[in-house]
Design a protein around this ligand. Structure first.
Ligand SMILES: NC(=O)c1ccc[n+]([C@@H]2O[C@H](COP(=O)([O-])OP(=O)(O)OC[C@H]3O[C@@H](n4cnc5c(N)ncnc54)[C@H](O)[C@@H]3O)[C@@H](O)[C@H]2O)c1
Ligand SMILES: CC(C)(O)[C@@H](O)C(=O)O
Ligand SMILES: [Mg+2]
Ligand SMILES: [Mg+2]
Length: 351
């Protein structure tokens, strides 16, 4: 365990070295981990746990797209792959990794299988915290734990295969057996986390919903689009506008931030760029801060989850999402992206 100390704020980081394979085996060796759902998290977490030697089974709707993918990944019907309720019945730890709307929908069918001593695991505080909207109130005689990777399930798997990790937060929400904490931390490392930091379900879901709607996904696209549109309106070519907005960010400057921070990225740009960025960042901060405040408020009041549940519970939610994603893919900016990425030398050499 290592301390993260920033001014007076001290946090503990649980690392892989705190939970070596023998320790994970002694904690989880007699458990059957039933992963319900095979979206990006279900897939990434279950494959990492299987590779780490845990007894893992998958629960899915038969004949679904997830079922076909699970077969491709080597899960065997009747042995390690079951319909949802059968897997829930067999599991001693149930990793509830259906979509957040799916968790609300399936809850009445899951509840009878949550018998005394089992553990119910989430990767998001959504269902628990907004229980007035989801109806998810676990029985008192089970452990309720949460490990939320701070990244896509796709990178949870990719980094694991590369010997790297994605950091995760963890929550011990309810300890009925006295083993909730060790179950939670052993699972957190077994799914491939880099390190784990402790939070509450409320803090996890508030920060997660803010981050993905904000800087990680929503705000970054809005900001990029605004700059791209201005450059195009001023007569710059799609390729120039895309390079100056996205390609340079992802290929050159963001890796420098990842390596050693914002000041390091700035230090590796011209004094002209440094002067300009240092003069302008406060204007962008001041312009966007009210929007972030509005966003956090919308999360806190339950408006975000209400809209998400309403949209993602419709039978045609997939079709509608795909239409919206296709509109992005078909827009000029991202068609420029396809052309620019295809010209990367390393992609051409692969052809
Ligand atoms: N996507 C990520 O990388 C990520 C990262 C951290 C946490 N999370 C959290 O992990 C959990 C799983 O997220 P995800 O992105 O892997 O899943 P997802 O939202 O893609 O949904 C997973 C699967 O749930 C199934 N499903 C939906 N409705 C269902 C229903 N009514 N009955 C049965 N199955 C149903 C779908 O087939 C879908 O493939 C969520 O709580 C999410 O917030 C996700
Ligand atoms: C990967 C994200 C954005 O961090 C996650 O929160 C999600 O909901 O998919
Ligand atoms: Mg999220
Ligand atoms: Mg997230």
């Amino acid at each position: 365990m290592k301390e993260i100390r920033i001014n007076d704020f001290v946090e503990q980081a649980v690392e892989r070295s705190d939970y070596p394979p023998e320790k994970i085996k002694s904690i989880l060796g007699n458990e059957t981990v039933a992963v319900l759902g095979y979206g990006v998290q279900g897939r990434g977490q279950s494959l990492n746990m299987r590779d780490n030697g845990l007894k893992v089974i998958i629960g899915l709707r038969p004949n679904s797209a997830g079922w076909a993918l699970a077969l491709e990944d080597g899960w065997v019907p009747g042995k390690t792959l079951f319909p949802l309720e059968e897997a829930a019945e067999k599991g001693t730890i149930i990793q509830y990794l259906l979509s957040d709307a799916g968790q609300k929908d399936f809850w009445p069918k899951l509840k009878p299988h949550l018998t005394a001593g089992k553990a119910l695991y989430f990767s998001h505080g959504f269902s628990l915290v907004y229980h007035d909207q989801t109806g998810v109130i676990p029985p008192k005689d089970i452990d309720v734990i949460l490990v939320a990777p701070k990244g896509s399930g796709t990178t949870v798997r990719k980094h694991f295969l590369e010997g790297r990790g994605i950091n995760s937060s963890f929550v011990v929400h309810q300890d009925a057996t006295g083993r909730a904490r060790e179950r939670c931390l052993a699972l957190g490392i077994a799914i491939g986390s880099g390190y784990l930091f402790e939070t509450t379900a409320r803090k996890e879901v508030f920060s997660d919903l803010t981050g993905e709607r904000g800087v990680l996904m929503g705000a970054i696209y809005g900001l990029w689009l605004a700059q791209y549109e201005v450059l195009r309106a001023k007569g710059h070519s799609p390729s120039e506008a895309f390079n100056e907005t996205v390609e340079e960010a992802t290929q050159s400057l963001y890796p420098l931030i990842a390596e050693k921070g914002m000041d390091w990225m700035y230090a590796n740009c011209s004094t002209t760029a440094q002067r300009g960025a240092l003069d302008w960042f406060t204007k962008f901060r001041d312009a966007s801060k009210p929007v972030f405040e509005q966003l956090y408020h919308s999360v806190e009041t339950g408006e975000e989850t209400r809209r998400t549940l309403e949209a993602n519970s419709r039978p045609d939610y997939r079709v509608n999402l795909e239409k919206e994603l296709k509109a992005i893919a078909d827009s000029e900016m991202w068609r420029a992206g396809v052309a620019v990425r295809a010209l990367r030398p390393e992609r051409q050499e692969k052809k």
